[in-house]
Ligand binder design. Structure first.
Ligand SMILES: *[C@@H]1O[C@H](CO)[C@@H](O)[C@H](O)[C@H]1NC(C)=O
Ligand SMILES: *[C@@H]1O[C@H](CO)[C@@H](O)[C@H](O)[C@H]1NC(C)=O
Ligand SMILES: *[C@@H]1O[C@H](CO)[C@@H](O)[C@H](O)[C@H]1NC(C)=O
Ligand SMILES: *[C@@H]1O[C@H](CO)[C@@H](O)[C@H](O)[C@H]1NC(C)=O
Ligand SMILES: *[C@@H]1O[C@H](CO)[C@@H](O)[C@H](O)[C@H]1NC(C)=O
Ligand SMILES: *[C@@H]1O[C@H](CO)[C@@H](O)[C@H](O)[C@H]1NC(C)=O
Ligand SMILES: *[C@@H]1O[C@H](CO)[C@@H](O)[C@H](O)[C@H]1NC(C)=O
Ligand SMILES: *[C@@H]1O[C@H](CO)[C@@H](O)[C@H](O)[C@H]1NC(C)=O
Ligand SMILES: [Zn+2]
Ligand SMILES: [Zn+2]
Length: 561
């Protein structure tokens, strides 16, 4: 009983810390220093412990609220909302794990706070692969000149705020702004401009106009949307609002891209509260039924009827898009490190990976190529989930022709390198930036070898498009934002074919050619490096990027930083 309440203190405190820091870390503007966060985390845990020793259990959520109010200096509505929305998940977690305070603080705040990790989150199960031997790896053949190409639009992290209000404060002191209820600014403070703000989510009309321009100006055969529709007002979200957004999004897609196949992946923001994706062993009102049944209804124009059971079970599915090209949409939230429902059983939640392997084996047997879509990239999920993804990707490298992810809001990639031969690349993890105004809005279009029998369906190149938000707002409502080609891999990186080995080579070239790396660094931030980041990335900053490109597994130290 005592342990139960002790953990509840830890969990609720952590809920506040995690809730306020993790989902908002992608917001520009607010940066709580690591030392402050670390102290708050450890103090909160110690305080909760003392209260429990004194038998004042019911005060623990109140402590979390007070820490939120006075240490994080968040507004009352934020603290009340967070403590209330997160409680069921953390109450569950506390029954299923023992958390040492330092482990907790270290897990979320990193080595600057504590190097400890939560052993349960490192728990490494090994997925079982079928006995079928891995086919010998053949080099990927470049397409013949003039061979047809398939174009794929990749959209990610749209983050629409239905309550965005022009003129509201854009610098409101809350984790995100631009709603009337977030406050109206005194004349000296920044106001929400028409097309959006770097500190806020996307107005509907900016999403609408972006879709309109994409439909008008670009050509593509397929759409991959890698998740995250809702805004970042995570302390005051309701299930109804999330569903309304999803519905609005599917209407936009139907309006501007009628008849174009759409594949979606489930973002961590799609749920309420954010990151909460209980596996099937959680039943009743806390289960995911409220979301998956609606998502199924809304997406049924695009998803084959035989995938209903998969969508309802876990928000994942597969679809044959073209003869020879299959797509698998994974729900990576089942590896999310803030999805504490997983602590009930970290082994392959809902059997998603086993299902994934079955799909891949059948694809291998019938000679199909597979594109994998997900929201959180495989190097950003908990260790067991991440390493098993890598293991599957390596086994099926000749079948998987692309890995497409989002979630970070910034432009990035990682190369999967064979642990047995570290110069051999067997996959590229593409991470596309957000449409949301985290720096400038972006989307990209891949050119893929495809749409003919025997095609590799490998990415050959991509083009990244952005618009300058500052400039769009200066021009105002009367003029559409001007989207332009930010770069393409062919000319910016001098990459003839964007095969995995070319990306491994690019990382080597980054090491020797610093100006090439600095180009990437600006693309990473969509040509708008935030003021709290170095304008030129050298030394440790560069080393971290380089080792991130090469370690495609979480907590992998194969390539030391
Ligand atoms: C964590 O480990 C790094 C080296 O791996 C070390 O430099 C750092 O001081 C450690 N931090 C703490 C808080 O122990
Ligand atoms: C899984 O495999 C890894 C690497 O081979 C090994 O270190 C680990 O002990 C295995 N874990 C389990 C639970 O079998
Ligand atoms: C189910 O949960 C939602 C969200 O937490 C809540 O609004 C609703 O009242 C709950 N319904 C029942 C029947 O408990
Ligand atoms: C956890 O889930 C796995 C896979 O579904 C299952 O085999 C195992 O028995 C479960 N463990 C527990 C303790 O329930
Ligand atoms: C390692 O991989 C590289 C690149 O594919 C290849 O050229 C080389 O022969 C491999 N080395 C060994 C020892 O297999
Ligand atoms: C690709 O193939 C599909 C069906 O096989 C066909 O409907 C479509 O027109 C083709 N698209 C292109 C760009 O060739
Ligand atoms: C965006 O526009 C602003 C205002 O005109 C300008 O200062 C800035 O340099 C532009 N950024 C880019 C990447 O063009
Ligand atoms: C890439 O961009 C350059 C201009 O920067 C353009 O000339 C070229 O046609 C583009 N290539 C592709 C494949 O889009
Ligand atoms: Zn996002
Ligand atoms: Zn996300």
């Amino acid at each position: 009983m005592r342990r139960h309440w002790l953990l509840s203190g830890v969990c609720v405190t952590l809920a506040v810390a995690a809730a306020l820091s993790a989902p908002l870390r992608f917001q520009s503007g607010r940066a709580v220093s690591i030392n402050l966060e670390c102290d708050v985390c450890k103090t909160g845990v110690a305080l909760a412990r003392r209260l429990l020793d004194e038998g004042k259990n019911s005060l623990v959520p109140e402590v979390a609220r007070i820490i939120c109010l006075y240490s994080y200096k968040e507004a009352p509505q934020v603290c009340d909302g967070v403590v209330k929305l997160w409680q069921p998940m953390f109450m569950y977690a506390l029954d299923h794990v023992y958390l040492d305070p330092d482990d907790v603080c270290g897990q979320y705040l990193g080595a600057g706070c504590s190097n400890a990790s939560i052993p349960q989150f490192d728990y490494f199960w090994n997925i079982s692969l079928p006995p079928n031997p891995k086919p010998p790896v053949k080099p990927i053949s470049p397409p013949k000149s003039g061979a047809p190409r398939l174009r794929i639009l990749h959209l990610s992290d749209v983050h629409i705020d239905a309550l965005y209000s022009v003129g509201a404060s854009a610098d409101c002191g809350l984790p995100t702004c631009c709603r009337r209820s977030d406050g109206m600014p005194p004349s000296s403070k920044r106001r929400a401009a028409y097309w959006g703000d770097y500190n806020c989510d996307l107005p509907w009309w900016t999403a609408d106009n972006s879709f309109k321009q994409i439909a008008r100006d670009r050509q593509f055969d397929l759409i991959y949307f890698t998740g995250d529709l809702p805004d970042h007002h995570v302390w005051e979200q309701t299930r109804q609002e999330e569903i309304a957004l999803y519905s609005g999004f599917t209407q936009l897609v139907q309006k501007y891209f009628p008849g174009v196949p759409l594949v979606v992946a489930m973002g961590n923001h799609e749920s309420v509260p954010v990151n909460s994706f209980p596996p099937r062993y959680i039943v009743g009102n806390d289960s995911m039924d409220w979301l998956y049944t609606k998502v199924w209804q809304l997406l049924s124009p695009w998803i084959p009827a035989d995938q209903k059971a998969n969508v309802l079970r876990g928000g994942y599915y597969t679809q044959l898009l073209r003869p020879g090209l299959r797509v698998v949409s994974l729900n990576m939230n089942y590896g999310g490190d803030l999805n504490w429902w997983l602590l009930g059983n970290l082994t392959d939640p809902d059997g998603q990976y086993q299902w994934f392997i079955d799909v891949l084996q059948r694809a291998e047997d019938s000679g199909e190529k597979v594109h994998v879509l997900g929201h959180i990239p495989p190097n950003g999920v908990i260790k067991g989930y991440s390493w098993n993804y890598f293991k599957i990707a390596e086994r099926y490298e000749s079948t998987i022709a692309g890995h497409f992810f989002g979630h970070t809001h910034l432009d990035n990639f990682a190369v999967m390198l064979d642990p047995a031969n570290q110069t051999r690349a067997f996959g590229t993890i593409y991470v596309s930036g957000s449409l949301k105004t985290s720096q400038n809005p972006s989307y990209r279009i891949y050119e893929v070898d495809g749409n003919y029998s025997g095609a590799s369906f490998q990415v050959l190149s991509y083009s990244n498009y952005i618009f300058n938000l500052t400039e769009a707002n200066l021009a105002g409502q009367g003029r559409e934002p001007v989207w332009f080609l930010e770069y393409n891999t062919t000319s910016a990186y001098d990459m003839q074919l964007a095969f995995p080995q070319s990306w491994a080579d690019l990382v080597r070239r980054f090491e020797s050619d610093d100006s090439l790396f600095q180009k990437f660094y600006r693309f990473h931030y969509k040509l708008n490096v935030p003021s709290d980041q170095p304008s030129v990335c050298t030394g440790n900053c560069k080393r971290k990027f380089i080792c991130h490109f090469r370690n495609a597994r979480k907590h992998d130290k194969t390539f030391p930083c």
